[in-house]
Design a protein around this ligand. Structure first.
Ligand SMILES: Cc1cc2nc3c(=O)[nH]c(=O)nc-3n(C[C@H](O)[C@H](O)[C@H](O)COP(=O)(O)O)c2cc1C
Length: 352
């Protein structure tokens, strides 16, 4: 009996210990579950936040990429059918594209794409480094080609003389008109005359490799040529004439519709004779001549005196303005109609 009693007691104790242990573990388990549950909720919450944030970020990028894709497409179209009247719109859109390409936003969009966060089938031309770079390069090349240029040959041997005063007045006006201008003074250089050797027919350049051969590519790239000279014995400066003979004779590129203008500077007389002499270089090769409100002449004897010739300087400004207009109009005309049709040259002289 006694044995049974102690067995019951033990069983009872064991049962109680089991219950107590269960209660104890149950409490802990609940706590552990609670903690895991809480952690799980937090993790889910943060990944949800992250996910929502990412979706938002991708949406912003997609909108942005779409906007610049459109700009890029428009720029491509305009470059295909480029004309001067579209130049301004093109300039603004290219500037926008360029600003995006060099911004942190572009880097961000590019990285999102690289990480595979953007839709596979979307248009992503603006995210292609080569694509956007090549487009901007093409634009810059066309712009460079399309910038109107004037070359001025100053035939005076005197640096900062009166011819320079007249030329400078024109330079300012050309710049105001958005025309790129380069002045080369040749009157103070050692330039010999043409020797009629005919080498230029074979070589395409003058046998004497001096400033004339340097002027040739500048002349070819220009839309207009101004020739300015002091008057010497009712004629142009001899160095200038040597230079022009060789320049015009040795260059065989098409000069048609490059605009010419001549400027003459003297103390008193021989201006219009010199003016006529210089204009003849233009009219022998299809170059239209720009004119002003009076003969293109400026008066002065000692260096700088020409600054006092108000009418002469006004004539220079008007000449440069008229010449700019003519150059721009011819550019538009060339875009629309092309250059006049050429004929095969008939070369005859008085013997046959
Ligand atoms: C050799 C020589 C010939 C000249 N012949 C004339 C002339 O025929 N008529 C005239 O009005 N001035 C003549 N002049 C004066 C210059 O044309 C005048 O000084 C002009 O302002 C010079 O331009 P520059 O300062 O750009 O050299 C002559 C000057 C020189 C040195």
């Amino acid at each position: 009996m006694a044995g049974n009693r102690s067995l019951r007691k033990r069983n009872y104790r064991m049962k109680n210990i089991g219950v107590a242990t269960s209660v104890f573990f149950y409490g802990y388990l609940r706590k552990i579950f609670f903690i895991f549950g809480w952690l799980y909720d937090r993790m889910n919450e943060s990944s949800l936040e992250e996910q929502t944030g990412m979706i938002h970020e991708v949406d912003i990028s997609l909108e942005r990429i779409k906007k610049y894709e459109k700009i890029m497409h428009d720029v491509e179209q305009m470059l295909e059918n480029y004309s001067k009247d579209k130049a301004l719109a093109l300039q603004e859109q290219v500037a926008e594209l360029e600003a995006y390409y060099t911004s942190d936003e572009w880097k961000h969009d590019y990285e999102l794409d690289e990480a595979g966060n953007l839709p596979k089938d979307m248009k992503r031309g603006v995210l292609s480094q080569d694509g956007i770079y090549n487009l901007l390069e093409r634009y810059n090349e066309i712009e460079e080609e399309r910038t109107m240029k004037v070359l001025i040959i100053n035939g005076s041997p005197r640096v900062d003389g009166n011819t320079t005063v007249a030329v400078n007045e024109m330079v300012k006006t050309f710049e105001d008109e958005g025309i790129e201008v380069e002045v080369v003074q040749i009157g103070n250089k050692d330039v010999r005359g043409c020797i009629a050797c005919g080498t230029c027919y074979k070589k395409g350049k003058c046998v004497f490799d001096d400033v004339v051969n340097e002027l040739a590519p500048k002349f070819e790239a220009s839309d207009g040529l101004v020739v300015a000279s002091p008057v010497y014995y009712a004629s142009a400066n001899a160095t200038l004439i040597a230079c022009l003979d060789r320049l015009f004779y040795s260059t065989h590129f098409d000069k048609t519709m490059k605009v010419g203008a001549s400027v003459v500077v003297a103390r008193r007389g021989g201006l219009s004779a010199t003016f006529d002499e210089l204009n003849k270089y233009f009219t022998i090769c299809g170059m239209p001549i720009a004119s002003s409100q009076y003969w293109n002449s400026v008066h002065g004897r000692e260096k700088g005196e020409a600054k006092q010739d108000a009418e002469g300087l006004q004539t220079m400004r008007v000449l440069a303005r008229n010449m700019s207009f003519l150059i721009k109009s011819i550019a538009l005309g060339k875009d629309k109609y092309g250059l006049p049709q050429k004929e095969e040259r008939q070369a005859t002289h008085f013997i046959r």
